[in-house]
Design a protein around this ligand. Structure first.
Ligand code: GDP
Length: 478
């Protein structure tokens, strides 16, 4: 049985540990459920929307709570004296009232602000459940907002991203998506496609007469334009994903060149182990740090060198994998070793990876202050913290966030990326078909799948499975 769309759900909206907590109720009975446990000046049923109400959450139960038997005895005795229903005060609270359709979910919504005790929160939840609400599934508030048409699917997903955002750029991404910039771009694409399809379908209606309503060369131009835009969106994912998860940076170079020391400097704490013995950094360590609004994910890697040590070899394998994933490589050289051919030999070539940028740095400049740096290299003393600002600037410059701030749509969801990639494939097939004089019905079928894939992003087309996948990743109370 699927629960009715408007049954009343409840969940804590805040994480535990704060001074205050918010418990949220949404659904047809939200006000009625709350009235059963809330004592204010007036019942909430009479409350205007967008009003706050001070009062108390009370437990009116005659049933003693399971647990303390001592309390049971006390209750029985006091019941002899005061036979009326007893109300145990749980907390002094402020309740906010929102009424359908002008609320987050589009339904009646009540938010109870109480003290942030985990006991109080669980009592308010328990009482709400007893008063007729049911526990919300993860993401159910936002799912309801989507189903009520308050936002489209990509906007709903952006809510989760916004809550998870931990840097200025990740926030800017989620915020733009939540405000519908992306949805508008997709809507425009879909409208063009629908227009194209209507022309093609008109041809199908008159198929006997062999007419072409859609001028093929114009059709091709429009499809190419759509494809360019779809590809641009698809390709923006590498930036969007990096900004959301952190731009992966691999520190590579010979053992003892100072990778761990540099990582510690960048992170500002003693995270990676520093040692005099070559080959001590066996695990790839990942840490994130915010540089000027961009989250970077640093991967300290086992020193790259030829070795027979099994464990160390495994570390080197991980290094190669990390490098293959990294967007930026910091290639470290030892100032002292730079001129010495014998040491250079020991250094294994940096394996070719997917990195878009390599920053060459020469470390231990404190040992060779007069060394002439190779062109484009940054001189460092990781131990003394010299040259760090130049390195941070080079890192930040390697990530082009201009697009983000110029209002360009940047895709940051793997689901959207997949959909765009599929849309592009269908569109390329349709373009190919156009060259090969594919029949109108097959052409329009390909275009229909483009429409389908774009529709899955904003949720015009959706299935329970898609929704389940998206909202189950949300946390409770969202
Ligand atoms: P890794 O093997 O590349 O991770 O190198 P480590 O960070 O473990 O450093 C190896 C040795 O070089 C340690 O003794 C560090 O203290 C030393 N070291 C690192 N950076 C510098 C530096 O800038 N100047 C000097 N003189 N020594 C450094």
């Amino acid at each position: 049985m699927t629960p009715s769309a408007h049954d009343t759900i409840v969940a804590p909206a805040t994480a535990s540990g704060g001074a205050l907590a918010v418990i949220r109720l949404s659904g047809d009975e939200a006000l009625a459920v709350c009235d059963r446990i809330f004592r204010g000046r007036r019942p909430l049923a009479q409350a205007q929307p967008y009003t706050l109400h001070y009062g108390r959450i009370v437990d009116t139960s005659d049933e003693p709570e399971s647990g303390s038997s001592e309390q049971d005895v006390e209750r029985t005795t006091s019941a002899d004296i005061r036979p009326q229903q007893r109300e145990r005060i749980i907390d002094d609270v402020v309740v906010s009232v929102f009424r359908t359709p002008h609320s987050y979910t589009g339904e009646d919504v009540v938010e109870i602000s109480c003290h942030g005790s985990s006991y109080i929160v669980s009592e308010v939840l328990r009482l709400s459940l007893r008063a007729g609400a049911r526990m919300a599934r993860p993401g159910e508030f936002t799912e309801r907002a989507f189903l009520a048409g308050r936002m489209d699917l990509s906007q709903a997903e952006a809510v989760a991203d916004l809550i998870a955002s931990s840097s200025q750029t990740a926030h800017a991404l989620a915020s733009a998506q939540m405000r519908g910039g992306y949805s508008d771009a997709l809507k425009a694409l879909r409208e063009e496609l629908v227009h194209l399809m209507s022309l093609l379908e008109l041809e199908l209606d008159f198929s006997e007469e062999d007419v072409e309503f859609a001028d093929r060369s114009e059709l091709r131009l429009t499809m190419q334009r759509l494809d360019t835009e779809i590809q641009r969106l698809r390709d923006s994912f590498s930036l969007g994903n990096a900004l959301k998860r952190g731009v992966a940076v691999a520190l590579v170079g010979a053992p003892n060149v100072g990778k761990s020391t540099l990582l510690n400097r960048l992170l500002g704490e003693e995270r990676a182990m520093v040692s005099e013995i070559a080959g001590t950094t066996r695990d790839a360590i990942e840490e994130t740090v915010d540089i000027d609004g961009v989250l970077f994910r640093f991967i300290d890697t086992a020193g790259l060198r030829r070795t027979n040590d099994r464990l160390e070899q495994m570390g080197i394998e991980r290094t190669r994998a990390a490098i293959a994933r990294a967007q930026i490589l910091i290639h470290m050289h030892d100032a002292e070793a730079l001129g010495s051919a014998s040491v250079r030999e020991e250094e294994v070539q940096v394996p070719p990876g997917g990195a878009q940028h390599t920053i060459e740095v020469v470390n231990k400049m404190d040992r060779c202050p007069d060394l002439t740096l190779p062109v484009g290299a940054i001189g460092l003393s990781a131990r003394e913290g010299k040259g760090m600002e130049a390195l941070r600037k080079a890192l930040r410059k390697a990530v082009d966030t201009e697009r983000l701030y110029q209002g360009d749509t940047v895709v940051s969801s793997a689901r959207h990326y997949e959909a765009l990639a599929s849309a592009h494939l269908s569109l390329s097939r349709a373009l190919e078909g156009l060259d090969q004089h594919l029949s109108t019905d097959l052409l329009s079928e390909e275009l229909r799948s483009v429409l389908y894939y774009l529709g899955t992003i904003t949720g015009e087309i959706t299935t329970d499975e898609i929704l389940g996948n998206i909202f189950s990743k949300f946390c409770i109370g969202k």
